[in-house]
Design a protein around this ligand. Structure first.
Ligand SMILES: Cc1cc2nc3c(=O)[nH]c(=O)nc-3n(C[C@H](O)[C@H](O)[C@H](O)COP(=O)(O)O)c2cc1C
Length: 502
């Protein structure tokens, strides 16, 4: 291909020079061909890119198309129901709720509801009254002296660093207006989180904001921040669904001077939060550390977040709670389908237990050990609609967190660029120019409406199921496609047993 390029290129160059001299067509074309030949020559001898060595000019098209592959996928290929991680329909729902505009759909479902993957709510012929008050849940167990009344839906952990300052401020302002909490993520409690919204301060293995010079936990720094009145709860992060057992990654490009100062690290370097905590090394140490954090925060609710891996380890942690008679006020369960700013594909695709079995396992384990009443379960994993809230509650969640749902409310278009600082909407970037695109006043309203309208939709579904309280919700109000298709008699599900048997 290289030979052909040079033969045809030289021939074209000679023809263009000749037409310039004989027909006076100008010199722009010969100069352009010469430029391509020079670039081609350079590419054909450079050692790094095989495609450009073999296709010195055409090879550029590959890189150009590859760089806009997510856009091509989204604008031209994706159908309403099959975008990943969130379908166009799911994203549109979040946008409509956030903009507080009509979120109805025309002409019926686009899903194939005769598949085993179908899930639905068994509505009641006697629906309940829709409650217009948004639901709240008290968090705080036996050792907690400052219990917190949380909204059923809140902003899941996302750090300043992975999100821009405008995004964090808009989230916090929205949380303030809507009276729900904003989880800081492991990147530290910053001035952008302290705009008046309730805050859950998350502490990861990097102890950002409460670390000493060598990166270990610093109780004095912790005490000072934990006692800020805006900090309502403290969450110790053990792992998250997108990369359990891997720790956190802040790419060098996003580690600006400002972020480095907040976190107490070197700017412009890739920052890894280690996979493990240095403050404890086993279940007993974990429970003692939680007790310690609660004491330092003067009795605020303290819990931990994890993605379930080895179930026996979780059981061991629970047994240790019983042994020490000390319980976390909440446990946040993150499904393996959870999002992140940056993670190795092996971890995103192949590590950790998905949301549904994880939540059921945690709920059932706490019930089996007779400690369910002492601990609230917070759930996260693609909770983006009223339906997904109800589903999470049915599987054992007391409270729901959403990360990417609130990102959509900020204007995220699922461009899949969170990890390279080029997020076009200014949400997940530290590029000053891109951040300017995100107008805080407008987006904080959207955050507020997304929360309000999504919870209202959950209330409507609750009423449609004939229930007047989320405490009445369990798996019995849901049906699944396989419940219908796998029955011996395809047309009569078990609830119609009397008809089938007659
Ligand atoms: C941009 C981004 C940053 C995140 N940062 C954190 C973090 O600092 N700590 C954490 O525990 N989880 C983090 N997560 C995970 C979310 O808190 C949440 O657990 C996960 O995305 C599942 O929720 P979702 O499906 O609603 O997005 C992050 C997620 C995203 C998308």
């Amino acid at each position: 291909m290289r030979m052909k390029f040079f033969i045809y290129g030289l021939a074209l160059f000679i023809v263009s020079v000749a037409t310039h001299f004989y027909l006076n067509t100008g010199f722009i074309f010969p100069v352009f061909i010469l430029l391509l030949l020079v670039i081609g020559l350079f590419n054909s001898i450079q050692p790094k890119h095989a495609i450009l060595r073999n296709f010195p000019i055409l090879g550029y098209f590959r890189y150009a198309f590859e760089s806009i592959a997510p856009e091509i996928q989204q604008y031209f290929i994706e159908r309403n129901t099959n975008g990943k991680p969130f379908s166009r329909n799911e994203r549109a729902l979040a946008y409509q709720r956030a903009k507080n505009i009509d979120a109805t759909t025309p002409f019926g479902t686009q899903l194939d509801i005769n598949q085993s993957s179908y899930e639905g709510i068994k509505h009641s012929v006697f629906p309940a009254q829709v409650n217009h008050e948004l639901p709240r849940v008290m968090v705080g167990g036996q050792d907690c002296s400052q219990p917190y009344s949380a909204s059923l839906l809140n902003i899941s952990a996302m750090s300043f660093g992975s999100l821009s300052e405008n995004a964090i401020i808009a989230l916090n302002n929205g949380a303030k207006k809507g009276n729900f909490y904003h989880n800081t993520g492991e990147g530290g409690l910053t001035e952008f989180h302290l705009k008046g919204g309730d805050v859950t301060w998350q502490i990861g293995t990097g102890y950002f904001g409460c670390r000493n010079e060598v990166g270990n936990f610093d109780p004095d720094k912790f005490t000072e921040k934990a006692n800020n009145p805006l900090v309502k709860m403290i969450e110790l992060k053990l792992s998250q669904g997108a990369k359990p057992g891997h720790g956190g990654v802040l790419p060098a490009k996003k580690n600006t001077e400002q972020i480095a100062k907040i976190r107490g690290v070197l700017p412009h370097t890739t920052i890894l939060s280690p996979p493990n905590h240095s403050a404890f090394h086993d279940a007993a140490g974990l429970i003692k550390f939680i007790t310690h954090l609660r004491q330092l925060s003067n009795g605020k609710p303290v819990g931990f977040k994890l993605c379930i891996g080895q179930t026996s380890e979780f059981e061991l942690i629970c047994q240790e709670m019983i042994l020490q008679n000390s319980f976390p006020d909440f446990i946040t369960v993150d499904g393996a389908e959870g999002g992140t700013g940056a993670a190795p594909l092996e971890f995103s695709d192949g590590v950790g237990m998905p949301f549904e079995p994880a939540l059921i396992f945690v709920n059932k384990t706490l019930i089996r050990l007779n400690i369910r009443d002492k601990i609230r379960i917070i759930a996260s994993g693609k909770i983006i609609s009223g339906y997904s809230i109800l589903r999470a509650v049915a599987m054992g969640a007391d409270i729901c967190n959403s990360a990417r749902g609130f990102m959509f409310s900020l204007g995220c278009i699922q461009a899949l660029r969170c990890n390279n600082n080029t997020c076009p909407t200014g949400v997940a970037t530290q590029d000053k120019m891109l951040i300017k695109g995100l107008v805080v006043a407008d987006k904080s309203e959207r955050v507020f409406y997304f929360h309000k309208n999504t919870l209202h939709a959950a209330n409507e579904l609750l009423a449609a199921a004939g229930k007047s309280s989320y405490k009445e919700v369990d798996g019995s109000i849901f049906m699944r496609g396989d419940e219908l298709t796998h029955l011996s008699d395809l047309y009569f599900p078990d609830i119609l047993g009397s008809v089938r048997d007659s």
